[in-house]
Design a protein around this ligand. Sequence first.
Ligand code: Q0Z
Length: 316
Amino acid sequence: MLASRHVSTLADLPLIASGKVREMYGLSAPDDPSSASAQLLMVASDRISTYDAVHPTPIPDKGNVLTGLSVFWFEKTRQILPNHLISATDGVPEEVRGRALVVRRLQMLPVECVVRGYITGSGWKDYQRTGTVSGIELPGGLRESERLPEPIFTPSTKAESGHDEAIDFERAAELVGDAELMRRVAEVALELYSFAAEHALANGVILADTKFEFGIDEGASGAGDGLVVGDEMLTPDSSRYWPADGFEPGRGQPSFDKQYVRDWASAGGWDRTPPAPAIPPDVVAGTRARYLEAYERMTGEPFQAWLDRTGARAAG
Ligand code: Q0Z
């Protein structure tokens, strides 16, 4: 029997890239001869990583939540900047519905575009050592996790392996090869972050920082430079989500989504070197509930609505 003309099965698609918790596949170009560019299928798995190691136990619906959150933000920020999203349904194979997106293939800029509203993680480390982050001088006396006077753009390299390295704006402009474009990227990244952080905070979530990936849509029609936001957007895997309730500078903050896993793993004596341990059912359930809560707090709709809209398979 012939397969559907428009929806392939995942196994037939070429795997183009894979990360720790997601995969990217190539899709053949649509029949419409007016749509110039190639399309990709980005698939989010239910895998979870802590301390850079992937646990052998999945979190049911994590891929659905992250994909639904990306779509929420893509739609909500379209007035600020176009994005690569084509569809969460048309062309998405049945087996990955709800956790996969058909996107436009872009020429990705070779830098990670990080925006920080709070001083934490590698930014906190760099600040303690140098008083600066990505070449930006910060006020003295900041405490860990403190809100910054204003959000800062702190680009980093895209490391093929190992950790991304902070770079200053000038180096980022050099890598991109266009200082004017880089100024626009920084400006729009700050605008996207501020917009999202304000929405999150109104819903009890601190969006401490986030990483955007931008690209150029070479098939872009009409005016403009073709700059679009790609990849995943403002998800808990690309951002730090903290509960606003209990926020207290002077210490690290609990992660909105992963804290049960981290606490459980630490208490069990895992030394944070791979392999990451299997996660017990109660910790899986608590973590899944936190992901669903993040979706519902951000979007204001039941998570089930996302599953229904996309025809997602039942979790588990
Ligand atoms: C995204 C990544 C993933 C592994 C490249 N629209 C686009 N056009 C061209 N390239 C990309 C995108 Cl989003 C692109 N990544 C990150 C995503 C699995 C790596 F799902 N790398």
